[in-house]
Design a protein around this ligand. Structure first.
Ligand SMILES: CC(C)(COP(=O)(O)OP(=O)(O)OC[C@H]1O[C@@H](n2cnc3c(N)ncnc32)[C@H](O)[C@@H]1OP(=O)(O)O)[C@@H](O)C(=O)NCCC(=O)NCCS
Length: 181
């Protein structure tokens, strides 16, 4: 199977959610049963990369996806040098709530592409509605290593997961550099 050219919004009438398997049950279940409902009620948005060819059912398998939502953190949870410049009320952030690649495509660079697409998407949102950082709650050590590689820093344990962050300012600089390079 090959993947399509572009990430698009999840549409349960077009995309085959049940065949997605990234090897992590929590993420599979989220995509199979919750992602579309969460979009319907307006708490998150899921974008995905479909396969280029449909199944016999007419629906397209999902090669990778990411889910984003608005969130907030308290300034006390950030490193002191950053915290002291921030207000005492909840600091707005973007939550990269989910990100996964179908097991069939692991190790082919699609995780990196998916993360770049998620950052690009949040950069666009940030033009209209500012947030201080992007946070992510890592499901396992592998995910932690993955995000560390791309500049995320550790914050604290949250619901049994390691919460990491990258300042929006850093993301803006990264993409400005890439564009002028
Ligand atoms: C984590 C995940 C998204 C990585 O996707 P992938 O397509 O296999 O990753 P890529 O091939 O794009 O790898 C990009 C880089 O990250 C590194 N990387 C990927 N998975 C890693 C892991 N588990 N541990 C350490 N490094 C990892 C790769 O070595 C690669 O580095 P390189 O460019 O120096 O070779 C994928 O394994 C996945 O979906 N896992 C299950 C779901 C999950 O845990 N998601 C995170 C939720 S918090």
């Amino acid at each position: 199977m090959t993947w399509a050219q572009e990430f698009v919004e999840l549409d349960k009438s077009i995309h085959d959610r049940t065949s997605f398997d990234c090897g992590e049950e929590a993420l599979n279940t989220f995509l199979h049963t919750q992602a579309a409902k969460h979009m319907e009620v307006g708490v998150s948005r899921t974008m995905l990369l479909p396969a280029s060819d449909p199944l016999p059912s007419g629906r397209y398998p999902i090669c990778a996806f990411y889910t984003t939502a608005p969130s907030s953190i308290s300034r006390e949870t950030l490193p002191e040098a950053l915290a002291k410049k921030l207000p005492h009320y909840p600091v707005p952030v973007f939550l990269l709530a989910q990100l996964a690649v179908h097991s069939e495509y692991h190790g082919q660079g699609l995780g990196k592409v998916t993360l770049i697409k998620a950052l690009e998407y949040l950069l666009k949102v940030n033009v209209h509605m500012r947030a201080y950082a992007i946070i992510v709650d890592c499901l396992n050590d592998g995910a932690e290593q993955f995000y560390l590689k791309y500049g995320f820093e550790e914050l604290y344990q949250h619901n049994g997961r390691k919460r990491m962050f990258i300042p929006m300012k850093t993301v803006v600089q990264l993409f400005a550099y890439t564009r002028s390079d």
